[in-house]
Write a protein of this length. Sequence first.
Length: 71
Amino acid sequence: MLESKTLAKTPVPDINRWSSSEKKRLIELVDKRLEAEGHQRDQLNSEIDRFVSDAYGLTGKERKALGFQEA
């Protein structure tokens, strides 16, 4: 379980700095993911992972360490 001190030190992307098109794209991906099944769901999960990884500025090495699949 994460402790509150750890969470307080964890950087979180400021979505207020995102463009409206970026916000809209993430909402669309999540909405589609909620309705998807099977292979489509897996593809959307990967796309959401990439989107969020980009928002956090993760490197390819960091993404690999987290187990994210590259497209």
